[in-house]
Design a protein around this ligand. Structure first.
Ligand code: DQA
Length: 145
């Protein structure tokens, strides 16, 4: 099984950006944590990050016929991007939306998620563990008869 993990804008700044919201762990450590979990579960992961909306669309499209599932944290594009939603719908793969923070407890402008329509599950407010929880969810989801 192959999962593509896609992170949007400013997630490369983890550990530096607003540590009171996103914690002190850096992006490299997050990637290592995901890689270690994948190894333990016997699956493959590819971890990608971009600060650009079009790149994120291409990263989603690139999973078509290549990956079994997608985990995505689109960052601020969660709340604005119909193009990212359309890409997720286009590939037709199971997608889990992850947010490190609990966006439901934050500003009004974060209350809309376009991508959610194309997702089989959303995990938010579980910090970086949300990514490994999303992996476990998709392993079970994809192995369901
Ligand atoms: C985020 C929440 C978004 O509102 C924000 O723009 C981010 C990160 C999260 O992981 O909690 O960049 O997706």
């Amino acid at each position: 099984m192959k999962i593509r993990v896609i992170n949007g804008p400013n997630l490369n700044m983890l550990g530096i950006r607003e540590p009171e919201v996103y914690g002190n762990t850096g992006y490299k450590d997050l990637c290592e944590m995901i890689g270690k979990h994948a190894k333990e579960k016997g699956i493959e992961v590819e971890i990608l990050q971009s600060n650009h909306e079009g790149d994120l669309v291409e990263m989603i499209q690139g999973a078509y016929r290549w990956d079994d599932a997608i985990i995505i944290n689109p960052g601020a594009y969660t709340h604005t991007s119909i193009a990212i939603l359309d890409a997720a719908k286009a590939v037709g793969l199971p997608v889990v939306e992850v947010h490190i923070s609990d966006v439901t407890k934050r500003e009004e402008f974060r209350q809309i998620s376009y991508i959610r329509q194309a997702c089989v599950h959303t995990i938010m407010g579980h910090g970086l563990n949300g990514y490994t929880e999303a992996m476990d969810y998709l392993i079970e989801y994809c192995n369901k008869p």
